[in-house]
Design a protein around this ligand. Structure first.
Ligand SMILES: [Zn+2]
Ligand SMILES: [Zn+2]
Length: 297
């Protein structure tokens, strides 16, 4: 199989969550296939679904910063719209119709709540679950358009933010809730890096290896202020050295971004000596060869 695009959203942030439709998924598959992608995974955010609101709404109330808590409350309310049952039904129908798509979800880390999250998700036939840390408490450190969130990058020490992010990723991995660590060094998104990131890289690679999870190699970082793919070469090599399997992903939030720079992702992995990717069915992993050739135009 050629490369994967195992991280795709159906609704941009800031837009109403409507559908999905089979036509939308077919268009994603067509774009991906033309770029040499063998299989896609749709992985919408869990927090876009009303089922998550019932379980997790208000989690931000424990953050001691009222401005951050209020910002998160607004963000959450703007995103919780869709029905998880419908999403899974439509994606499953697309898969059953023979489209090269598997059914996934991007799941945030909710400290102390992951058993409840796992119980909710166990009721659905997911193929792959991405685990992500976008937030530390109520701080959305990657929400580049939110002034309240971005001001925190001046208020907090970068070393502290990286250490807290790393701890959250370790806890997420240890929870066993998900299959793939998404954008493993997302904390660099706004361009803030510690002078010595090696300790965090070592901890992240150890956490991935100990959990049995795969790590995602994502082109999304090329579209962000940091201007580099996730993960950095220093983390990628540490993951590869520990035998952690990989997926490739665009993290597209709309059709034009589907399969973004998948050939460049393949080159990053080849440079690190990686020869296979990890695909999933019903959360069972299997290795697929990372081929050198890109099919199509
Ligand atoms: Zn994400
Ligand atoms: Zn995403």
């Amino acid at each position: 199989m050629p490369v994967l695009d195992y991280h795709l959203h159906l609704w941009p942030h800031g837009e109403q969550a409507t559908g999905p439709t089979l036509e939308q998924l077919a268009a994603y598959c067509e774009k991906a296939t033309a770029a040499g992608v063998g299989e896609i995974a749709v992985t919408e955010h869990l927090f876009r679904f009303v089922q998550a609101d019932r379980l997790l709404g208000g989690f931000w109330d424990s953050d001691p910063d009222p401005a951050l808590a209020a910002s998160m409350a607004r963000y959450w309310r703007a995103h919780v719209q869709a029905d998880l049952d419908t999403y899974v039904e439509v994606a499953t129908a697309a898969k059953d119709a023979g489209l090269p798509v598997v059914v996934g979800l991007e799941v945030d880390y909710y400290p102390g709540r992951m058993d409840e999250v796992a119980a909710l998700l166990a009721g659905y036939p997911f193929d792959v679950l991405l685990g992500s840390v976008h937030w530390l408490g109520a701080w959305r450190f990657d929400d580049l358009g939110d002034e309240v969130s971005m001001a925190q990058w001046s208020a907090r020490a970068v070393d502290r933010a990286w250490a807290d992010y790393t701890t959250a990723m370790e806890e997420l991995a240890a929870s066993g809730t998900c299959d793939v660590l998404a954008h493993p060094d997302l904390v660099k998104v706004a361009g803030h890096r510690p002078l010595a990131p090696e300790e965090c890289w070592d901890r992240l690679a150890e956490a991935a290896a100990a959990s049995g999870m795969a790590a995602e190699v994502s082109s999304a970082g090329w579209r962000k202020p940091v201007g580099s793919a996730y993960p950095d070469p220093g983390l990628l090599s540490r993951l590869a050295a520990r035998g952690v399997p990989f997926t490739t992903a665009s993290d597209a939030h709309r059709l034009p971004e589907v399969a973004h720079r998948v050939g460049d992702l393949r080159a990053l992995l080849a440079d690190a000596g990686v020869t296979a990717l990890q695909a999933y069915r019903r959360r069972v992993p299997r290795a697929v060869p990372l081929e050198a050739a890109v099919a199509g135009p």
